[in-house]
Each structure stands twice: as C-alpha cells, then as structure tokens.
Ligand binder design. Sequence first.
Ligand SMILES: [Zn+2]
Length: 290
Amino acid sequence: MAKQYRIDLMSNASNVFGNPFHDLSSKMLPRNLRSAFKVAEMVWNHMDSYRQGLQKIVRYFLTAVEIRGVSKEISKEWDVLLNQTMDIENTLTLLGDDYVVYGNSLSSLAFPFLRYLVCPRCSLSVRSIHVDYEYKDAAFHVTCPNCKFKGEFKVIDRRLVHPDKIHVIRWNLHEIDITSNPYGFGSAQYVWRIPTWFKQKISDSDPFFLDTTPLEFLTAAANESDVLINPKLVCHLKIENLSGIHTGGQLLRGSQNRRDRFFVILKLAQILLTHRRIVGGNTNTIIRLF
Ligand SMILES: [Zn+2]
C-alpha cells in the first residue's frame, strides 16, 4: 500500500515535499519594520529601473495645487505661497517617494522664528545671533552687554510670518517610533528619537543649530530625551494593512512583495560573489542586511 502524506498550506508533508509557501525569501523576511525599511532603501538605491518606475508613478498623478472655493484674490495669494514660494509640488513628489518606498510618509510644517535672549535683570532683548553665548545645562548663558549680568537668559522665539521661510519637515522614518492602539481611541503616537549626530551638534554648541532649532528639541537633545510629537502636527500618509496584520506601527507594503525584492537581493549577492572572485572582496554585506 502506497504511503500517504497529509499536506495543507502550512505543513510540508513530513518533509518529503517542499512547501511552496515556505521558500527561501519567506525565511529571510525582515523581522521588524526597521529591517523592512532598510531592505526597501537598498532596492530603491540599487535598482534603477525599479526606482524610476516608482518615481514615474508618483509624478504622473501630481499636478500644481489648485485653490478652489475662495475669491480670486485669495486664490492668487495661495497660489503664490504654495506653488511659487514653497514649491509645494516638488515637496509632494518627495513625500510620494517616501510613501511608495516605505509605505509611510511623515511630515510636518515648520514655521520660521527669530530667537531672542532676554536679560533677567535689565530686560535687554537681543538676537541670539548677535551675542556671544554659551549653551549648557539646556540654557543660554550670556554676559549682558548692558548691565553686565552673567548667567542664564530667558529665551523668546518670535514667529516670522514671512512665507519664504516656511518649509516642510520630512521626518526620517528610522528615527520615529509609531505606536497605535487598534483597541483604543485617538490617533497614533509619534516619538522622535533624536539622532546622536544632532545631540552632538547641540552639546558642541554649534550656533547654526542653536539659533534655528525649536526650543523643545534643544531641551530634549540636551537632556538626552526623546520628543513626543503632537499628532495634530504630523501628516502621516500610510498604506493600510489587513486587519490581521498589526505591528504597532504600519507594516511596509513592500515586504509583502518580498519575493520580487528577494530577486533583487539575489542579484546583488551575485554581484558581490563575482566581485570576490575577481578582486577578492568579501560578501559580508549581503549577510548584514538581515
Ligand atoms: Zn542686563
């Protein structure tokens, strides 16, 4: 009597037949969102035809922003601000690139300001770029040119209404932790983990960063803290998952197309192996990807 094997989608018939759903690419699936982002970036950077195809898709659907439902005068003002001053179309294409590669795009609007330092004794107010200061213990220390007081000055940031300086922050997705609660209410929680290089700039008292960075970010960097971003100030574009897939954030759509991307990775591995045969290079790079 012939031996019978039980097989279903999740088993491999007692190892006699290979399960078609358990292929090599499945075993090498990135285990977390950070790894998935890295793989997506690698494919984007190394495969020109893939990158250009996605860029074409993003740009095909974008037009200049149209202002409707307001008077002609106001419409013209918005047109000047968005299309001419801010070059919003170019910004949208870049956000679109993030969206199709990562499955996510995070952005915020940043308004310019002028930073003033105010003497606590004589109330002299002076632009931070016009005075020598020392930034230590999350505070600006100045010797007052008027009353000679030496110590911590109060910081006042005066917002500029000039549209030229308004710009869009594209958040680095590697630095943002996104948490959502599918069983609760409210929007997601966004935490910016300040990168080491930025903290170093602050601890080095680099005036360019100290004069132009919002005070909350400076304080957090100086205190080695993270920043909890007000979700109302974040525009989060995301490709939604099925209800059965929940990662606390959003799973990269590309990881679901892992087999296609795996072919690209194999191609890279082939290049690395060829490189080793020719010039004696090493193949560690392909291993470190996962
Ligand atoms: Zn003073």
